[in-house]
Write a protein that binds this ligand. Structure first.
Ligand SMILES: NC(=O)c1ccc[n+]([C@@H]2O[C@H](COP(=O)([O-])OP(=O)(O)OC[C@H]3O[C@@H](n4cnc5c(N)ncnc54)[C@H](O)[C@@H]3O)[C@@H](O)[C@H]2O)c1
Ligand SMILES: O=C(O)[C@H](O)CO
Length: 320
């Protein structure tokens, strides 16, 4: 079987082995593919039966042109770059990789929150610059130190990552509320299910952990921000497209949003004119919550397992 991997560079910058994947068929590996160049994508896929993609968009046009395509294997949990409706229409199997980064992404989310609460990095810089030597007292702070105990974390999207973020928040003494997911007993042990509006009104910290799709695109906008508490903290390690970035910037600048920590923006790599550049009370990282070596190893195992199961006629991790 001809298998084309369109963009392996971020999964495997050179520290993993593709031996197992290559044992499954005639594998063609591309480090990168220009996400904006449909003809390059179509040419690289050619007559392949299976493709593996991380962030390359697979549009209706590409699916129509590559008419031997039977399998799209994602290199990620999120699958917002694939035209699922068109793929399903043509009986193409689309499979994602759930759960490989649950612990890493929830750790990262809480890491952003703790940095907002403590400003460890900014205080270290101040001490290293000699400000403690000149201080009048045994302690001083440049930014407020925030205790999370007793505060409410609202989690939008209470799936694998959302629930684990909730568990950590609960262990810090936070009350957890969640919206958007079907209630389960496991979820009820972590927090209370509420409506999206109630979550916006009650949360001191809001963490986004839902997929990006037509229902969730820009769910954080002027209108929903106006329903939030003044001085709310916003965390987004899911997808940048969940947020209207111009509205978000306005709320950061006005102080309506006290601070935010995000790992994703709407267009990646970030555009030069991205509205968030230069924001003062924003921690921002270049989509790396998933990227530890252990996590990527687990991810590659799932990618291989998904393809193997497709070849065996089994339906594992099929995107519905
Ligand atoms: N930054 C990173 O490195 C990174 C890594 C992995 C995943 N992600 C993102 O995190 C997202 C969540 O991952 P997960 O493993 O928890 O997925 P998941 O499928 O386990 O959970 C997603 C939850 O969102 C819920 N949901 C669906 N529509 C919703 C809506 N309209 N409003 C609110 N909730 C809704 C689903 O019911 C589900 O419970 C992924 O879709 C992906 O975009 C980011
Ligand atoms: O969805 C995912 O798995 C992450 O965003 C990394 O691609």
């Amino acid at each position: 079987m001809k298998i084309v991997f369109l963009d392996y560079k971020t999964l495997n910058p050179g520290d993993l082995s593709f031996d197992e994947l290559e044992s499954l068929g005639d594998v063609i590996l591309y480090r990168d593919t220009d996400v904006k160049n449909e003809s390059e994508i179509i040419e690289k896929i050619g007559d392949a039966e299976a493709i593996i993609v991380n962030k390359v968009p697979i549009s209706k046009n590409i699916i129509e042109k590559c008419n031997n395509l039977k399998y799209i294997g994602l290199c990620s949990t999120g699958y917002n770059n694939i035209d699922i409706v068109e793929a399903k229409k043509r009986n193409i199997s689309v499979r994602n990789c759930p759960e490989y980064s649950t612990y890493a992404v929830s750790q990262f989310t809480i890491g952003l929150l703790l940095e907002i609460c403590h400003n460890t990095y900014r205080h270290t810089e101040s001490v290293m610059a000699g400000e403690w030597i000149k201080a009048d007292d045994f302690c001083y702070w440049k930014h407020p130190v925030i205790e999370l105990y007793g505060k409410t974390m609202g989690i939008v999207g209470f799936g694998n990552i959302g629930k684990n973020t909730g568990r950590i928040a609960k262990s810090l003494g936070m009350n957890v509320i969640a919206s958007g997911s079907r209630p389960t007993d496991e979820g009820r042990e972590i927090g209370e299910y509420v409506s999206f509006d109630e979550l916006l009104e009650k949360s001191d910290v809001i963490a986004l952990h839902c997929p990006l799709n037509e229902k969730t695109e820009k769910i954080i906008n002027k209108d929903t921000i106006s329903k939030m508490k003044d001085g709310v903290i916003l965390l987004n390690t899911a997808r940048g497209g969940l947020i209207d970035e111009a509205d978000f910037r306005e709320a950061l600048d006005s102080g309506k949003i006290y601070a935010a920590g995000i790992d994703t923006v709407a267009v990646e790599p970030m555009l030069e004119n991205n509205a968030l550049r230069g924001a003062q009370n924003l921690l921002i990282t270049p989509h790396i919550a998933w990227a530890s070596l252990d996590t990527r190893k687990r991810l590659l195992d799932i990618i291989v397992g998904n393809l193997q199961s497709y070849m065996n006629g089994e339906s594992i991790n099929e995107v519905k």
